[in-house]
Every structure is written in C-alpha cells, then in structure tokens.
Design a protein around this ligand. Structure first.
Ligand SMILES: [Zn+2]
Ligand SMILES: [Zn+2]
Length: 319
C-alpha cells in the first residue's frame, strides 16, 4: 500500500516534472505503466498500412484483432511477438472488421477504419470463439406490415439464454469492487438500464442486498481482476459481460464514468444498457443505431433500444 501510494505520488510528480518535455504523450499513465495514454492510440501510427507492410506496431494490431475475434486464438501463439508483418490473415481480419462496421472494404488501415477502431468499446469480442458473425450473417424477414426488413443483431455461440423459469432476475453489486460512483447513483442507473430491457421483454429485474444469491453481479475493476480478461486502463475497453446464465457485468474502474447526462465522461447508463443486453444473450450488432453496437465515445449517450435490439431480444426468446 505504502509503495503504491509512493509510486502514485512519484508518478504525479514525474508527470508534472516532465510534462513540458512530453507534450506528445501527456499522461501519468505513460509514466506509471510505460505505455500510451489510450490503449488504442498505437493504431494512429499505423494509418495507411496495408498488406505487405512490415512496421513496428503491427504485432499490436494483430493482438487487437485477436482480442475482438478477428484472428484466431492460436495466431499470436504461433507467431512471435516480433512478427510485425501485415500478412494475408491480417488483411482478411481487417476486411471482416470493415464489413461488420459498414466501412469501405479495403483490407487496409485507411483513416476511417483507424478512426473506427480507435473508438473506446466493449471488451466482448465481435466474433465469439470464431463461431459467430456480424454483418456477414444478416437476417432477412418480413415485419408485421409485410415489409422486408434486415436485422443485424447477433447471439453468442449456441444461442445461450435464460430458462423460462428465470425471467425474474435479481442483481447485486459486488462488495469488493472499486467504488467509482456513489451507490445511490449506481443503483438508479442500473435500475433505469434494466428497465429498458424489461419494457420490451418478459424479463423483470430487482436489486437485492443479498449479493451472494443475486442472479446478476455487477462491479467495477481495474486491470487484471481474475476472470482472464484484464481491463486496460483509461480508454480502450470500457466494460465486459458474460453470456447467459453466468450473469456477470464488469466495468473498467480506470475509465471516467459519468451519470450526469451532460458530462463528457463515459455515460454509465449507455454502457450499462449495452452490457445488460449481453447478460440476456445478445452479441454485437452492425446497426450503428443499436444499443448493441460495440463502441461509444465520451459524452455519447445511447440508452434507448433500437428496433434492431428489440428484434434481437424477441428472436432469442421467441416472442
Ligand atoms: Zn458489448
Ligand atoms: Zn471482468
């Protein structure tokens, strides 16, 4: 504890001491952890890269693509950390990313693609275990007025969902998680976020003080927090959740969270509505207006379910 406090004090000191010299990387995080302020910042340096290039930072790009499901798990195990080559698999991964997010399919790191990839986002992969797909698996159906519609919602592999005797779900706040905002605000934000889903489904949600018995457990954590998917400091990944029926949503305590609708922090309710969609079984959507779209910027607010989200939850629970 003493050394942690000391290093924090030192890093603040070093930050102010060196900041005039470090205008390009103005971040105490840089000093304390030896990396860039924003975990996705490295992508900016790679703008313009395409197949055949060999540039420092491409290994990090491949790790990014792997993290979100665009390169297989084995990829970086069989390729060394020094592998900085933009190969066929990487080009394919970029093409799939571009398809998923309705970008021009160039297979290269053009500026629009880089800009999109740098956006802070949910840590749940877009492609889960190589077994799900986003835009490439569009679902076509007729709506109630006979019009042909296309939806972009996705599910986890094997469509896991809550059983019908589990439509009343309790939720509690993990006692040893980091207190980022006061418990009353957290409670009211979560209640509001859950109500978005209960209003379009047969689910009902209730906060419980009996944490150990809660169906859904919510908390804020920093860095490695024991579930194999560490958080990455300010920016980058904001939160993650697990498919039914695990009932776990974690938020990155190192991000700045806002509950005030006018703030330029990450809007906690917007991210909560998205994460709770995962808890119910929804994956990421290619629909830029969907709550289940993966990215969100600071100050951005997206709390109202889109038609795509509603169609998704109805399709998963057959109603
Ligand atoms: Zn997500
Ligand atoms: Zn976690």
């Amino acid at each position: 504890m003493v050394s942690l406090q000391f290093s924090l004090v030192m890093s603040v000191f070093l930050f102010f001491f060196f900041s005039p010299l470090m205008i390009e990387s103005r971040s105490s995080h840089f000093v304390t952890k030896g990396k860039h302020q924003h975990p996705f910042q490295f992508l900016k340096e790679l703008e313009g890269c395409h197949k055949g290039d060999s540039v420092k930072g491409l290994n990090q790009l491949k790790k990014y693509l792997q993290k979100f499901g665009y390169l297989p798990e084995y990829y970086t195990n069989t390729n060394s950390a020094e592998d900085e080559s933009f190969d066929d698999l990487t080009e394919n991964a970029i093409r799939t990313y571009q398809l998923n997010y309705n970008l021009n399919i160039t297979g290269a790191l053009d500026s629009k693609t880089v800009q999109h990839m740098m956006k802070p986002r949910c840590g749940v992969p877009d492609i889960v275990d190589g077994r799900t797909s986003m835009n490439s698996g569009k679902k076509h159906h007729h709506n109630s007025t006979g019009l042909y519609t296309v939806s972009d919602y996705t599910f986890f592999p094997n469509n896991p969902r809550w059983p019908s005797d589990k439509y009343h779900l309790t939720y509690g706040f993990i006692p040893d998680s980091i207190q980022v905002i006061d418990i009353q605000s957290l409670s009211s934000v979560c209640s509001s976020a859950f109500s978005k889903w209960s209003s379009v489904s047969q689910f009902t949600f209730e906060e419980t003080q009996d944490y150990s018995s809660a169906d859904i457990k919510i908390g804020f954590f920093s860095g490695d927090h024991g579930d194999g998917v560490p958080f990455d400091g300010p920016g980058g990944i904001l939160a993650h959740s697990f498919a039914p029926t695990r009932g776990v949503s974690h938020f990155d305590a190192d991000d700045s969270w806002g509950v005030d609708k006018s703030s330029d922090k990450f809007d906690l309710e917007s991210v909560a509505v998205h994460e709770f969609g995962h808890l119910l079984g929804l994956g990421h959507s290619s629909d830029p207006n969907a709550v289940m779209q993966s990215g969100i910027g600071p100050g951005e607010r997206r709390v109202d379910l889109d038609e795509d989200d509603i169609q998704g939850i109805h399709a998963l629970y057959n109603n």
